[in-house]
Design a binder for this molecule. Structure first.
Ligand SMILES: Nc1ncnc2c1ncn2[C@@H]1O[C@H](COP(=O)(O)OP(=O)(O)OP(=O)(O)O)[C@@H](O)[C@H]1O
Ligand SMILES: [Mg+2]
Length: 259
């Protein structure tokens, strides 16, 4: 897989974003830039606003202030559908897989209606095509599952995570956003998911990953953005940072708290 020269420079970005929930100022001045073909890690303490930032970039919540950019263009995202139509998809913190449905059904979950025209005549979903596209998407990422027709609850945690990643990639043209993709995984499975991030970026998509797994994600990231109490405290190349540097900024050293 090689990066297409026609790819946008910026896959997705947010500038000076603010978002308030009732009395809670979840974000006050958050900025992040995810270039095409790069992995950007978003770090921050619990409650720093990482998931909220992702949700603004996905059209799940609407920003109070700031600017969103997708594929080099300023955009307004009023719904998840808006983001999906621009080729932005995500792996949610809770996976959002349907445990009793098959691998194939999960790959199309949430997309079968919006893309019904492309999948079959008058909303008729072609099972054979669904299976073929699932097989192709998993093969592209070198993900091996015991069967495509097995219920997802019969897969291991790592296999489910890989499936959630493959689903996001299958529907993304521009960027894949991941919230804590390795949170429930053991060491080996986490490595596999981190390798997937590099594979996805190498295909030309922008990858944004929120994680508390600093050592592992720092190794695969190109750049790091650190949120501290709703604002961007640091954006820097990953190679310039150590885990203690990241932790210090996450807890506010040099940002305001302990400076
Ligand atoms: N839907 C919501 N309604 C009210 N408050 C919210 C909502 N979503 C987030 N918040 C608040 O906004 C702040 C930021 O939350 P957010 O989930 O973005 O943090 P986070 O950085 O993802 O934390 P974690 O590492 O624990 O996942 C928190 O104070 C949280 O309680
Ligand atoms: Mg979160």
């Amino acid at each position: 897989m090689s990066i297409d020269a026609s790819r946008p420079e910026i896959a997705i970005a947010g500038r000076h974003l603010a978002k308030k929930f009732g009395h809670v100022q979840a974000l006050s001045d958050a900025s992040i830039t995810v270039p095409s073909g790069k992995v950007v890690a978003l770090f921050g303490d619990n409650g720093a606003g990482k998931s909220t930032l992702l949700k603004l970039l996905l059209g799940i919540h609407q920003k109070d202030a700031g600017e969103l950019i997708v594929a080099d263009e300023p955009v307004e995202l009023r719904s998840v559908r808006d983001a999906q139509e621009l080729g932005v998809d995500c792996v949610y913190q809770d996976l959002a897989l349907a445990p009793d449905l098959s691998v194939v059904d999960n790959m199309f979950l949430g997309h079968e209606l919006t893309r019904a025209g492309a999948l079959g005549w008058a909303g008729f979903v072609d099972r054979a095509e669904m299976q073929e596209r699932t097989d192709e998407a998993l093969r592209r990422l070198s993900i091996k599952l015991p069967s495509l027709t097995v219920a997802v609850q019969e897969l291991s945690g790592g296999q489910q995570q890989a499936l959630a990643v493959a689903r996001a990639v299958m529907w993304s043209k521009t960027a894949v956003l991941m919230d804590e993709p390795t949170a429930a995984l053991g060491a080996r499975q986490s490595e596999i998911v981190c390798d997937l991030m590099r594979t996805i970026a190498a295909s030309g998509l922008g990858v944004l990953v929120v994680s508390h797994d600093l050592p592992r994600v720092l190794k695969v990231a190109d750049t790091v953005t650190i949120l501290w109490r709703g604002r961007t405290a640091l954006e820097a190349p990953a190679e310039d940072l150590t885990v203690p540097d990241v932790v210090a900024t996450m807890v506010g050293y040099g940002v305001g708290e302990a400076a």
